[in-house]
Design a binder for this molecule. Structure first.
Ligand code: CTP
Length: 208
């Protein structure tokens, strides 16, 4: 099998040197690449800018912006059997990207932000016989409801619920929600261990 895995943050540029982004380390996605390869499958990694070395033997596509992530995933998904989307995607980008470096003017500057494409929702729309697993990073008491809404909106087969404490951390605590809407599994530990358990769950439940 060939699995598409997205990892790390995206960046949305305001000018040629400044961008909006987030603190995603990419560790969860890279650990999933390791788990997929260890199980004897091919991993195709689409990675935002991170400080990690890609696992040996996987096909790597580096991207920076959400638009690049969108384009590359749309091209690659056709030759994959499923996707695991761990990327922490910027939902907004500045309406305008200024060339060069914006200089101070002495007055406040208003930033207008517009929504970026929903990469996973697009893959969900075109999935056909392939399976789609998303991640949902939720911070409030409606975590389960929010994650389930994302599963439905993005046409996922399962969604992995995790918390903001996962960002930049070597460990993670996840719950898997499937199309029944129930929490069907929960794993915690190092991202390496959690990745292995998650892959095993996907192999047992989504791979036909
Ligand atoms: N995702 C995506 N494209 C986006 C936003 C998110 O592909 N523009 C993917 C993420 O990689 C993740 C899933 O969708 O697998 C959920 O991401 P999350 O940031 O939790 O949710 P959003 O859809 O961005 O919703 P919100 O920010 O409103 O909570």
């Amino acid at each position: 099998m060939r699995i598409l895995i997205t990892a790390g943050p995206t960046r949305e540029y305001l000018d040629d040197v400044r961008y909006l982004s987030n603190a995603s380390s990419g560790r969860m996605g890279y650990a999933i690449v390791d788990a997929v390869q260890a199980a004897g499958h091919e991993a195709v990694l689409v990675s935002g800018p991170v400080a990690l070395t890609p696992p040996v033997g996987c096909e790597v596509h580096d991207v920076e912006t959400t638009e690049e992530l969108h384009d590359v995933c749309n091209q690659l998904f056709v030759r994959c059997d499923g996707v695991i989307a761990t990327a922490a995607v910027c939902d907004y980008r500045p309406r305008e990207r200024f060339s060069g470096k914006l200089a101070k003017t002495g007055v406040s500057l208003e930033l207008e932000l517009v929504e970026t494409a929903d990469v996973l929702a697009d893959l969900g729309l075109q999935k056909g016989h392939r399976w789609v697993v998303g991640f949902a990073l939720e911070s409030d008491e409606f975590a389960h409801v929010n994650a389930l809404r994302k599963l439905k909106h993005k046409n996922c087969d399962a969604i992995v619920l995790n918390r903001p404490t996962a960002i930049g951390s070597p460990t993670n605590q996840i719950e898997i929600i499937d199309q029944s809407g129930l929490n069907v599994a929960a794993f915690s530990g190092t991202k390496t261990d959690v990745a292995r358990e998650l892959w095993q769950w996907i192999a047992d439940n989504l791979v036909h």
